[in-house]
Design a protein around this ligand. Structure first.
Ligand code: FES
Length: 346
């Protein structure tokens, strides 16, 4: 049985949630402003609702060529570990539970409810509310997608990166986009400049190097420091899952936590393909959501790697003409038929 609070939260569609997120964005500390926006793009409500109500969910998942961990019910405590506010997850979850149990609902306003819960979580965690607004929104959307019982029952485990554990939010913001020193003759260097990419995913974090103006996915593939495929079967080539390397499959999407302005502008092909995949990129020249096989860096950046990928834009958001996708590699060619079906199936 759904609670009154769930019924209230369920009234809002994805666009409305994103609208509320935009309206509370100035109240979110800079350290989590991009992260909260990225998280909402990683777990789109309309896709969740489509799958929930699909007559044949398994078939829909196949049609959308979805692979990896796309369901929040399996990652209630971990999907948000790239938010600074993740460290206040226990307090935030408790505040949401308490709020849900006491909610009466008359004339409630979503932004107002978010602020109240974030304040209660901040008091319990002895921190500022601007550090709990982002994680509160993430917590509420998690509740919407997993249901109150599962939400309440999760352990509330927090897993913080050792490196960032004792860093201030401001320091983390600075580190995310701090360019590497190129040595005393750095000003003479052009193509041989190198940049650091900091990455975080659902279980790990680390860094790899890029040459100036190189696609993020190419640098990621040179990092063979770990058995990537053992951690995630999609990572056959390195840190970031890739398949086609030509903006054709959607495997390599990433969120940019810091340094988005140092990436190349989105080219028309990436723009068009992101819509087809269903990844909400936004219309900016240098948005927070990118394809790692297309975005080239001319400075240090920090990214977050989602645990899944798919092709669902046409069915979920519409407004996309039929296209023929041409995956560039043999291994990607096997996706062609499935993607083509996903594109044309009504
Ligand atoms: S690897 Fe296929 S879209 Fe980037």
């Amino acid at each position: 049985m759904t609670t009154t609070f769930e019924n209230f939260l369920n009234k809002f569609n994805e666009q409305q949630w994103l609208g509320v997120l935009t309206s509370v964005l100035p109240e979110i500390h800079e350290v989590d402003r991009n992260a909260a926006q990225i998280w909402f793009r990683f777990y789109p409500l309309e896709l969740f609702r489509y799958l929930q109500t699909a007559e044949n969910k398994e078939k829909a998942i196949q049609q959308f060529v979805m692979q990896g961990e796309y369901e929040l019910k399996n990652q209630i405590d971990s999907s948000h570990r790239f938010l600074y506010g993740h460290r206040f997850w226990k307090e935030t979850k408790d505040a949401i539970n308490k709020h849900a149990e006491n909610f009466e609902g008359a004339n409630a306003d979503l932004a107002h409810e978010i602020r109240r819960i974030a304040k209660a979580a901040a008091v319990a965690a002895k921190t500022d509310a601007n550090l709990t607004v982002g994680i509160t929104m993430v917590g509420l959307m998690t509740l919407v997608q997993v249901g109150f019982d599962a939400f309440k029952q999760s352990a509330g485990t927090v897993s913080i990166d050792a490196k960032t554990k004792n860093q201030s939010p401001q320091k983390i913001v600075e580190e995310r986009a701090k360019d590497d020193s190129q040595g005393i003759f750095g000003f003479l260097k052009t193509i041989d400049k190198q940049w650091t990419v900091n990455y975080i995913d659902d279980t790990d974090s680390g860094k790899f190097r890029l040459m100036n103006d190189e696609e993020i996915a190419s640098g990621a593939a040179r990092d063979q420091s770990k058995n990537w495929v053992e951690r995630d079967f999609r990572r056959g080539e390195g840190v970031i899952p890739v398949e086609c390397r030509s903006a054709a499959c959607g495997t390599c999407w990433v969120g940019v936590l810091g340094g988005a302005e140092k990436l190349s502008d989105v080219a028309p092909r990436e723009r068009k393909q992101m819509k087809i995949f269903g990844y909400q990129q936004g219309e900016e020249a240098k948005p927070l959501m990118r394809l790692a096989c297309q975005a080239k860096a001319n400075g240090a950046v920090s990214i977050v790697i989602p645990p899944w990928n798919g092709v669902f834009g046409k069915k979920i958001y519409g407004g996309i003409a039929d296209v023929t996708l041409e995956p560039a590699t043999t291994s990607a060619a096997k996706l062609r038929e499935a993607i083509s079906t996903a594109m044309t199936d009504e």
